[in-house]
Design a protein. Structure first.
Length: 204
């Protein structure tokens, strides 16, 4: 691996604990038994791609979700089920993140959406009162804000151009292999955070 000057981090599964299974179970409880056919760690239907690239509002997404799935649940039940995957920010990972400051230029690149963004910011503030999550990064790139998502190669190119950094001395860290492969295709160095591993295991 070449000398690293810039680190680009994923959010869920890297800095924040998440569980796709918990959201699937939550949707099953309110009447949708095949949620994984619509969204998982490795798949997003156009309905969810539109949500994660900011092409639809929360209200439009819920309306489209009902139409596509036939689910009769209320708005708040759908939101709660969708947010069920979002867990906690382990303090040791936040401390690890803070220790990168001054040694690297640090960025965040997350496939997320307007619903999750609000929820995980609230969770972070609850655990770290008075602290702003985004302050840990030179810039946080959220898919629903920039209109692009991983693993599409053009999303990494856009990030590199906006940040003014070179791919060859930048590393992208993610717990989803296809996202790492997309980063490598864009010329970045990539680290796949395998199941059971955390950022604390990385030689950075």
């Amino acid at each position: 691996m070449s000398e690293i000057r810039n680190i680009i981090l994923d959010l869920g599964g890297v800095l924040m604990n998440i569980s796709f299974a918990d959201t699937e179970k939550a949707f099953e409880k309110i009447g949708l038994k095949n949620f994984h056919n619509y969204f998982s760690q490795y798949k997003a239907t156009p309905l969810f791609e539109d949500l994660e690239t900011g092409k639809v509002t929360e209200t439009e997404f819920i309306h489209n979700f009902r139409n596509e799935t036939g689910l009769k649940a209320r708005d708040h039940e759908i939101v709660q089920a969708w947010n069920a995957m979002l867990h906690d920010f382990p303090p040791e990972r936040i401390e690890w993140l803070r220790n990168l400051e001054g040694r690297y230029r640090v960025f965040l690149f997350s496939n997320t959406n307007i619903i999750h963004h609000e929820e995980f910011q609230l969770k972070f503030h609850a655990n770290y009162p008075g602290k702003a999550f985004d302050r840990h990064f030179e810039k946080a790139y959220y898919s629903h804000v920039i209109g692009m998502r991983k693993p599409y190669v053009e999303s990494y190119h856009a990030l590199l151009a906006d940040a003014g950094i070179d791919a060859h001395d930048s590393v992208f860290i993610d717990d989803t292999l296809t996202n790492v492969e997309g980063a490598r295709a864009a010329g970045l160095q990539g680290i796949f955070l395998e199941p059971g591993k955390t950022v604390l295991d990385l030689p950075l």
